[in-house]
Design a protein around this ligand. Sequence first.
Ligand code: DMJ
Length: 431
Amino acid sequence: MPSPAKIAAAVREEFLHAWNGYKKFAWGHDQVLPVSGGYNEFFADGHPIGLSIIEALDTHYLLGLDQELAISKKWITSELSLDIDADFHVFEAIIRVVGGLLSGYMTTRDSKLLDLAVDAADRLMPAFTKSPTGMPYTQCNMATGEVHGNTPPLAEIGTNILEFGMLSKLTGDSKYYDAAKKAYRAAMTQVSPIGLLPTYLDVETGLPTDGTDQAPNPPVDSFYEYLWGGWTMFGDRELLTWYRQTTAAILKHMAVRSGGHLWFQQVDYKTGKPTGSSASELAAFYAGLLGKGGDLTDGDAYYDSWTSVLDKYPVLPEEIDYSTGAVTSASNNMRPEYVNSSFDLYQKTRHPKYRATAYQYFIGMKNLRVANGYTIANDVTTSPMQLGDLTQAYWFSENMKYLYLTFADTPRYDYRTGYLTTEGNIIRGVR
Ligand code: DMJ
């Protein structure tokens, strides 16, 4: 393995390679199609918000790309308007837009970015305030505040307390934190006697619309991540209690050993009866979360489970059935969760294994490299790999930041106190 400094420099170079592809073909649009040279919009067709620019802001800062940060900030502060008469997906808009602008503010201290983050949050607030239970509707029109979509999954109910909590801190207005907490509280009333939760809740009745707990898989994943994050960032003990209770129940009723590895089965949330054995790549973040929460044994074991998949395929497939080892969804969406855990566990332990495997992930990612950037893959099981045509906007916020921070030892990040959101946005620890 090359030296950490050399790997960090290579990560920075590869980030720039993809960023240049975005600038060349898609500047001002949400996402680049690096193979065909086109672009698409993530939230609403015909309504670009420069999502990749927003997502990349704090990555530019941390990687020392100050010129790129300056042009990005200039575009956002002079071009971005969120007065858009279209439905935005509330969860995605909070973690990507509010979070991206917030971390842009944290790294530049330009108050216009904070104003825009507040504007985005205020436009999304009706999703919470119009709901009888406080759990957010899934869609909100950014211009009219009209809402719809009344059965969000847990991740969409709970993944907002970091962004909203920071906004309350920075503006002095508690309404954001209060809205996030109210949503969490409404969901937690549905915990079953054995400590588990269903996946979907109706925001109008407050009741479940299904009976399965699928933690730590999507679409419930970051519900648990933000219980821990909310406690760490804001010292809210109730969130810690909820994290401890739900985590203990997940480990008791859902953790299984299969093929010598730790996995999590899907179960009936009332009885604990097993209902499935699928493992989404998105759940790989849970290794790092368990570690951050103090359970390094299970965190490390779950990380090893995903490393065993990475040993088979140079980039991880979207989903497997852990009981048979079969790939059940062969695409790769440039997901960051595995390397998110490498970063978290390396911070906690400084064990060289996490750096070695993060490097393995980085090298495998070269399979997704094309002339103008990096792309998703349609099938990771074929050789050569069948590629698609999209650079996910979150890649500019997450994958390369986790890799860079794992190897760079940059003075711009406080490794002791730093905290990143589920979208990899820095909300504490900017130096
Ligand atoms: C990102 O938007 C976030 O990491 C989210 O928590 C899960 N999905 C994507 C990346 O896979």
